[in-house]
Design a protein around this ligand. Structure first.
Ligand code: SF4
Length: 232
């Protein structure tokens, strides 16, 4: 039998925070075409390195967790880089699990094709389109992320748009313009998350003060009012 080709850098067997309302396992896919200055997952970025977990180990773990888990989340790295992802998603669905996807929107056409098989998406939108290359190192990355957003909003699949806020990369005026742009694009579930700067790709990027009180995440519709009921 042909084995699904996946490069996997890690697994979290159980989490309550990676797929809202569901008990999930997380599969960390190896490889990403971008190099965001604040990326915490440097070990997951090169393709082919550190990917010593066989896909059959994952399906074996899932079979042992039938009835205990609701969902599987494909995270990364960037899961959409994996040509084997549609087959892996199909196997997970066939086992009876819901499927979540964390993506930065690097591959809009692939995302569009896969969305009918996905139950929930966490999409990172990082900056205004024109500011993406300075953050990711890749020309055209902003256009790709926003094209992915358009496909996602049109799809009707449940989602959360995540915006990581570092004051040097996304000062208040730019954050406000970005939120306006997201709302114009029809995005309704937008969550701000404070950029933590420990162990990131670009060590010259200094720490950023959290632009709201409370937890590390804040619903965008509560910002910039004082006393935002931030959540962890
Ligand atoms: S898209 Fe995500 S995984 Fe890839 S470099 Fe940026 S933060 Fe890291």
């Amino acid at each position: 039998m042909r084995t699904t080709a996946m490069q996997i850098g890690g697994i979290t067997p159980l989490t309550t925070i990676d797929f809202p309302g569901e008990l999930a396992a997380v599969v960390y896919c190896q490889g990403c075409p971008w190099r965001c200055r604040y990326c915490h997952n440097g070990h997951l970025l090169p393709r082919g390195l550190n990917a010593d977990i066989d896909w059959r180990e994952v399906t074996g773990l899932l079979q042992r967790r039938l009835g205990l888990l609701d969902a599987v989340v494909f995270s990364g790295g960037e899961p959409m880089v994996q040509r084997g992802l549609p087959a892996a998603v199909g196997e997970v669905r066939a086992l009876g699990f819901k499927v979540g996807l964390h993506t930065a929107g690097c591959y809009p056409e692939r995302l569009d094709e896969l969305l009918p098989a996905i139950d929930w998406v966490g999409l990172d939108i990082k900056a205004l389109p024109e500011d993406y290359p300075a953050l990711t190192g890749v020309p055209g990355s902003g256009e790709r992320a926003f094209e992915s957003l358009r496909y996602l909003v049109e799809s009707g699949v449940a989602y959360e748009v995540r915006v990581t806020v570092h004051e040097a990369l996304l000062p208040t005026d730019k954050l406000q313009r970005l939120l306006d742009l997201l709302r114009e694009a029809g995005a309704g579930q937008i969550m701000l998350q404070h950029c933590r700067t420990g162990n990131i790709l670009d060590s010259t990027l200094g720490a950023s003060a959290q632009p709201w009180a409370g937890g590390a995440r804040c619903p965008a519709d509560q910002w910039p009012v004082a006393g935002c009921a931030a959540v962890d």
